[in-house]
Write a protein that binds this ligand. Structure first.
Ligand SMILES: [Zn+2]
Ligand SMILES: [Zn+2]
Length: 247
């Protein structure tokens, strides 16, 4: 009788935990091979467009041809970003695009975990020295947008990644303008739309420190560029960026 009750309690606890932190494949919903939160199952892993080969040194745009030297894409040669480099583990297409959508608009906050697992694999990327990074700075949402959505997806990513890298999350930026959704804008329009959209919070000490910006998707890089510019203008020493995916 007691054992039965214990089992039933344990069962309910597992159900409750499963709802909070499902040990399920984030792509197919099947039980993943190992009980690790957010790990994609072996079958689905093959469908993930990883960025592992040759890519732009600055924006991580994948490049099909294997150059032997470091490669900077045309659009990064035309334009000087304020961040040193922006890293991304996967491309935002196929199953990843769907995951991003569920993460941003479907209230599936737990998807920060699988993305953070992939992002964490970039710890040894030659473009960044983690030990020099002061902390992870999430790209902020405007308060109004955050209220509508219920959360800031970039903050969730920063928190999940910070835990794996044992770095602090430093939410030193705030969004002061409620900008239009950027989806239908080209690069120039995006830059105009973002002008003076961010500022450093009062009291934040940035002096010469190095920061890593965290965002969900790298599309044109305009949002990250504007955030990096804001940090540098307030005295930061250097800024890198990392996103869950690269469009
Ligand atoms: Zn799967
Ligand atoms: Zn590039």
């Amino acid at each position: 009788m007691v054992a039965q009750a214990v089992n039933s309690v344990r069962g309910w606890v597992e159900v409750a935990l499963g709802l909070l932190w499902p040990h399920r494949c984030p792509v197919c919903g099947g039980v993943a091979g190992e009980p690790e939160t957010g790990r994609v199952c072996a079958n689905c892993e093959e469908t993930i467009p990883r960025i592992t080969g040759r890519q732009c040194e600055v924006c991580s745009r994948p490049f099909p041809i294997n150059f032997s030297e470091a490669f900077v894409c045309q659009s990064c040669r035309d334009r000087q970003f304020h961040f040193v480099a922006s890293l991304a583990p996967v491309e935002a297409r196929g199953t990843v695009r769907d995951m991003i959508h569920r993460f941003k608009y479907g209230k599936q906050r737990w998807l920060a975990e699988p993305f953070a697992l992939w992002m964490a694999e970039l710890s040894s990327d030659h473009r960044i020295k983690l030990e020099e990074i002061e902390g992870l700075v999430p790209v902020p949402l405007h308060k109004k947008r955050e209220k509508e959505r219920g959360y800031n997806q970039s903050l969730l990513l920063a928190e999940a990644l910070a835990k794996k890298w044992k770095k602090p999350v430093l939410p030193v930026l705030e969004r002061v303008r409620y900008t239009e959704t950027q989806t239908h804008f080209d690069r120039k329009e995006r830059m105009q739309n973002l002008r003076v959209a961010f500022r450093v919070r009062a009291g934040a000490e940035l002096q010469e420190k190095k920061f890593l910006l965290v965002d969900d998707v790298f599309t044109t890089g305009s949002t990250l560029d504007e955030c990096a510019r804001t940090l540098l203008d307030s005295g930061a020493g250097a800024v890198w960026a990392i996103t869950a995916a690269r469009a």
